[in-house]
Design a protein around this ligand. Structure first.
Ligand code: PNS
Length: 162
Protein backbone atom coordinates (compact mmCIF):
# COMPACT_ATOMS: atom_id res chain seq x y z
CA UNK A 1 0.00 0.00 0.00
CA UNK A 2 1.53 3.33 -1.07
CA UNK A 3 0.58 6.10 1.36
CA UNK A 4 1.22 9.79 0.75
CA UNK A 5 0.66 12.72 3.06
CA UNK A 6 -0.27 16.22 1.96
CA UNK A 7 0.52 18.52 4.91
CA UNK A 8 -0.40 22.17 5.17
CA UNK A 9 -1.97 24.93 7.23
CA UNK A 10 -5.17 24.82 5.16
CA UNK A 11 -6.49 28.01 6.77
CA UNK A 12 -8.77 27.52 4.93
CA UNK A 13 -8.59 24.86 2.21
CA UNK A 14 -8.85 26.50 -1.24
CA UNK A 15 -9.72 25.18 -4.70
CA UNK A 16 -5.97 25.18 -5.38
CA UNK A 17 -5.40 22.72 -2.50
CA UNK A 18 -8.33 20.66 -3.75
CA UNK A 19 -6.77 20.45 -7.21
CA UNK A 20 -3.53 19.11 -5.70
CA UNK A 21 -5.49 16.64 -3.52
CA UNK A 22 -7.43 15.26 -6.51
CA UNK A 23 -4.29 14.83 -8.59
CA UNK A 24 -2.17 13.40 -5.75
CA UNK A 25 -4.92 10.91 -4.83
CA UNK A 26 -4.48 9.29 -8.25
CA UNK A 27 -0.80 8.65 -7.59
CA UNK A 28 -1.12 6.61 -4.38
CA UNK A 29 -3.37 4.06 -2.70
CA UNK A 30 -4.14 6.35 0.20
CA UNK A 31 -3.67 10.10 0.59
CA UNK A 32 -3.77 11.69 4.03
CA UNK A 33 -4.45 15.41 4.08
CA UNK A 34 -2.72 16.53 7.25
CA UNK A 35 -3.66 19.72 9.05
CA UNK A 36 -0.30 20.78 10.51
CA UNK A 37 1.08 23.74 12.44
CA UNK A 38 3.04 26.46 10.69
CA UNK A 39 4.33 28.46 13.65
CA UNK A 40 4.74 31.58 11.52
CA UNK A 41 1.03 31.71 10.62
CA UNK A 42 -1.87 32.73 12.84
CA UNK A 43 -5.03 30.91 11.90
CA UNK A 44 -8.63 31.92 11.33
CA UNK A 45 -9.88 28.38 12.05
CA UNK A 46 -8.89 25.83 14.68
CA UNK A 47 -7.28 22.59 13.52
CA UNK A 48 -10.48 20.61 13.99
CA UNK A 49 -12.55 23.21 12.14
CA UNK A 50 -10.03 23.11 9.27
CA UNK A 51 -10.11 19.30 9.24
CA UNK A 52 -13.94 19.24 9.17
CA UNK A 53 -13.99 21.62 6.20
CA UNK A 54 -11.49 19.41 4.35
CA UNK A 55 -13.54 16.28 5.15
CA UNK A 56 -16.57 17.96 3.58
CA UNK A 57 -14.58 19.16 0.55
CA UNK A 58 -13.03 15.72 -0.21
CA UNK A 59 -16.04 13.54 0.60
CA UNK A 60 -16.25 12.21 -2.96
CA UNK A 61 -12.63 11.03 -3.01
CA UNK A 62 -12.68 7.50 -1.62
CA UNK A 63 -8.94 7.10 -0.93
CA UNK A 64 -8.48 10.44 0.86
CA UNK A 65 -8.40 10.73 4.65
CA UNK A 66 -7.97 13.79 6.85
CA UNK A 67 -5.96 14.03 10.05
CA UNK A 68 -4.47 16.69 12.37
CA UNK A 69 -1.00 16.62 13.89
CA UNK A 70 0.74 19.18 16.08
CA UNK A 71 4.27 17.83 16.04
CA UNK A 72 7.06 17.54 13.52
CA UNK A 73 5.93 16.32 10.12
CA UNK A 74 8.71 13.74 9.96
CA UNK A 75 7.44 12.13 13.19
CA UNK A 76 4.06 11.65 11.55
CA UNK A 77 5.73 10.28 8.41
CA UNK A 78 7.83 7.87 10.45
CA UNK A 79 4.99 6.51 12.58
CA UNK A 80 2.42 6.13 9.82
CA UNK A 81 4.58 4.37 7.19
CA UNK A 82 4.22 7.26 4.77
CA UNK A 83 6.01 6.80 1.43
CA UNK A 84 5.86 10.39 0.21
CA UNK A 85 5.17 13.94 1.30
CA UNK A 86 3.22 15.91 -1.32
CA UNK A 87 3.62 19.66 -1.72
CA UNK A 88 2.17 21.93 -4.38
CA UNK A 89 4.26 24.49 -6.25
CA UNK A 90 2.49 27.55 -7.62
CA UNK A 91 5.43 29.56 -8.85
CA UNK A 92 9.21 29.75 -8.81
CA UNK A 93 8.87 31.94 -5.72
CA UNK A 94 7.49 28.95 -3.77
CA UNK A 95 10.44 26.81 -4.72
CA UNK A 96 13.12 28.21 -2.42
CA UNK A 97 11.12 27.67 0.77
CA UNK A 98 9.81 24.30 -0.37
CA UNK A 99 13.29 23.12 -1.32
CA UNK A 100 14.57 24.14 2.11
CA UNK A 101 11.69 22.34 3.85
CA UNK A 102 12.14 19.15 1.82
CA UNK A 103 15.87 19.06 2.57
CA UNK A 104 15.33 19.80 6.25
CA UNK A 105 12.75 17.02 6.52
CA UNK A 106 15.14 14.57 4.86
CA UNK A 107 17.92 15.63 7.22
CA UNK A 108 15.60 14.97 10.17
CA UNK A 109 14.45 11.63 8.74
CA UNK A 110 16.32 10.08 5.87
CA UNK A 111 13.29 8.25 4.44
CA UNK A 112 11.20 11.42 4.14
CA UNK A 113 10.78 11.83 0.39
CA UNK A 114 9.01 14.95 -0.92
CA UNK A 115 7.16 15.01 -4.25
CA UNK A 116 6.18 18.33 -5.79
CA UNK A 117 3.12 18.76 -7.96
CA UNK A 118 2.82 21.86 -10.12
CA UNK A 119 -0.46 23.60 -9.50
CA UNK A 120 -2.89 23.91 -12.40
CA UNK A 121 -2.36 27.32 -14.01
CA UNK A 122 -5.89 28.44 -13.14
CA UNK A 123 -4.96 28.32 -9.43
CA UNK A 124 -1.41 29.60 -9.58
CA UNK A 125 -2.37 32.97 -8.05
CA UNK A 126 -4.41 31.48 -5.20
CA UNK A 127 -3.47 31.29 -1.51
CA UNK A 128 -5.41 31.01 1.75
CA UNK A 129 -4.13 34.41 2.89
CA UNK A 130 -5.32 36.10 -0.33
CA UNK A 131 -8.73 34.46 0.10
CA UNK A 132 -8.94 35.83 3.66
CA UNK A 133 -7.90 39.30 2.52
CA UNK A 134 -10.54 39.38 -0.25
CA UNK A 135 -13.12 38.07 2.23
CA UNK A 136 -12.32 40.66 4.92
CA UNK A 137 -12.54 43.41 2.28
CA UNK A 138 -16.00 42.06 1.41
CA UNK A 139 -15.08 40.69 -2.02
CA UNK A 140 -16.56 37.46 -3.38
CA UNK A 141 -14.56 34.30 -2.64
CA UNK A 142 -16.95 31.82 -4.25
CA UNK A 143 -14.59 31.07 -7.14
CA UNK A 144 -11.66 30.39 -4.81
CA UNK A 145 -12.92 28.01 -2.12
CA UNK A 146 -15.34 25.08 -1.73
CA UNK A 147 -18.90 26.14 -0.80
CA UNK A 148 -18.58 24.76 2.76
CA UNK A 149 -15.59 27.06 3.38
CA UNK A 150 -17.43 30.14 2.14
CA UNK A 151 -20.33 29.33 4.48
CA UNK A 152 -17.99 28.72 7.45
CA UNK A 153 -16.17 32.02 6.87
CA UNK A 154 -19.45 33.94 6.72
CA UNK A 155 -20.60 32.24 9.93
CA UNK A 156 -17.43 33.37 11.72
CA UNK A 157 -18.13 36.97 10.79
CA UNK A 158 -21.81 36.60 11.68
CA UNK A 159 -20.90 35.23 15.13
CA UNK A 160 -18.38 38.04 15.54
CA UNK A 161 -15.51 35.57 15.98
CA UNK A 162 -13.24 37.30 13.45
O1 PNS B 1 0.41 25.45 4.19
P1 PNS B 1 1.79 25.76 4.71
O2 PNS B 1 1.72 26.78 5.83
O3 PNS B 1 2.74 26.18 3.62
O4 PNS B 1 2.36 24.39 5.34
C1 PNS B 1 3.60 24.35 6.00
C2 PNS B 1 3.65 23.12 6.92
C3 PNS B 1 2.49 23.17 7.90
C4 PNS B 1 3.55 21.86 6.07
C5 PNS B 1 5.01 23.13 7.67
O5 PNS B 1 5.11 24.31 8.42
C6 PNS B 1 5.17 21.90 8.58
O6 PNS B 1 5.54 20.85 8.12
N1 PNS B 1 4.83 22.07 9.88
C7 PNS B 1 4.91 20.97 10.85
C8 PNS B 1 6.12 21.19 11.78
C9 PNS B 1 7.41 20.75 11.09
O7 PNS B 1 7.61 19.59 10.80
N2 PNS B 1 8.31 21.73 10.82
C10 PNS B 1 9.56 21.44 10.17
C11 PNS B 1 9.49 21.46 8.66
S1 PNS B 1 9.30 23.11 8.08
Amino acid sequence: MRIAVYPGSFDPITNGHLDIIKRASKLCDKLIVLVSNNISKKGMFTSSQKANLIIEAVKELSNVEVDCFEGLLVEYVKHNNINAIIRGLRAISDFEMEFQMALLNRKLYNDAETLFLMTSTEYSYLSSSMVKEVFYMEGSISKFVPKCVEIAMKQKIYKGEK
